[in-house]
Design a protein. Structure first.
Length: 281
């Protein structure tokens, strides 16, 4: 019987049960949001969302759609728990981070409900390891309320364009300034580091620009220390959607394609820097 098809033990009813033929898919996405030790997991019929926050200023979400899993069953309307993301990542790589050619680590994940641990059954080469990870009461999370009607400006950029920017700009700067405008410079990234100011412009007809929808000129600054964790997701992604609302809140949504060609998303929300000054704008 395939590992993913093995039934739960007799009489056990799980609030959440899911299986993956290759645990590395889940590991890669979770590592892309691993900048704090703990995460809150939300499971609904549509899939799994794993949320990490820091200082109520930045939030990251990894979305793993139900279709990515070979099996994904949620017995309740929603299942929510808090977990150590560091421990979960360690468990997912219990057989190591690189499998032998033609092999992969299969995963079955079970959660009985409030107060119970998350159980992981990992199998590789006929060897099965069982991990139990304690769960906790979930924290209340920020709601950035980034519905499409509140988005002022949005562009979709090939990820290599943003990777190029982070490589060329001066990361000794405390802030990254983002200008989005229906007119020139259209999309500008600026830093103000030890070596002086640096700017990188992308015209709206750039080969790297997939979509350009800017309604008004906005210039906002964001702490680079808050944005740096998102470079993990950027490294995995092929496209990135960059959105701002009227208050300058930033959404970076990364489209990530796994080894099997399936598409998942990692999204970062970031507050604008309140210490911004008019000088230099």
């Amino acid at each position: 019987m395939p590992f993913s098809a093995q039934p739960p033990a007799s009489g056990e009813r799980y609030a959440l049960s899911a299986s993956l033929d290759n645990a590395r898919h889940l590991f890669s996405l979770l590592r892309a949001v691993h900048f704090q030790d703990h995460a809150t997991c939300f499971a609904t019929a549509s899939g799994l969302r794993v949320t990490v926050e820091d200082a109520k200023c930045i939030q990251a979400n990894a979305f793993i759609q139900a279709e990515i899993f070979q099996e994904f069953v949620v017995q309740e309307e929603s299942v929510v728990f808090r977990i150590s993301l560091s421990v979960l990542l360690d468990c997912l790589t219990i057989f190591g981070t690189s499998s032998l050619p033609g092999t992969s680590t299969a995963l079955r994940m079970c959660y009985r409900g409030y107060g119970y641990p998350l159980m992981l059954f990992l199998e590789e080469g006929g060897v099965v390891t069982v991990c139990k990870i304690n769960t906790q009461e979930p924290d209340e999370l920020l709601d950035f309320d980034f519905c499409s009607t509140k988005v002022v400006n949005k562009i979709i950029l090939q990820s290599e364009g943003l990777r190029e920017a982070f490589a060329e700009l001066d990361m000794s700067s405390e802030v990254l300034q983002i200008t989005m405008s229906p007119d020139k410079p259209y999309f500008r990234l600026s830093t103000f580091g030890n070596a002086g100011s640096a700017h990188l412009d992308y015209p709206r007809d750039s080969d790297l620009m997939e979509a350009f929808h800017c309604n008004q000129t906005q210039t906002n600054r964001y702490k680079i220390s808050l944005l740096k964790p998102s470079t993990k997701a950027l490294a995995l992604s092929s496209k990135v959607s960059i959105r701002t609302d009227a208050q300058g809140f930033l959404s970076l949504q990364y489209m990530i394609r796994n080894e099997d060609g399936q598409i998942c998303f990692v999204e970062y929300y970031c507050c604008p820097d309140e210490n911004i000054t008019e000088a230099g704008l």
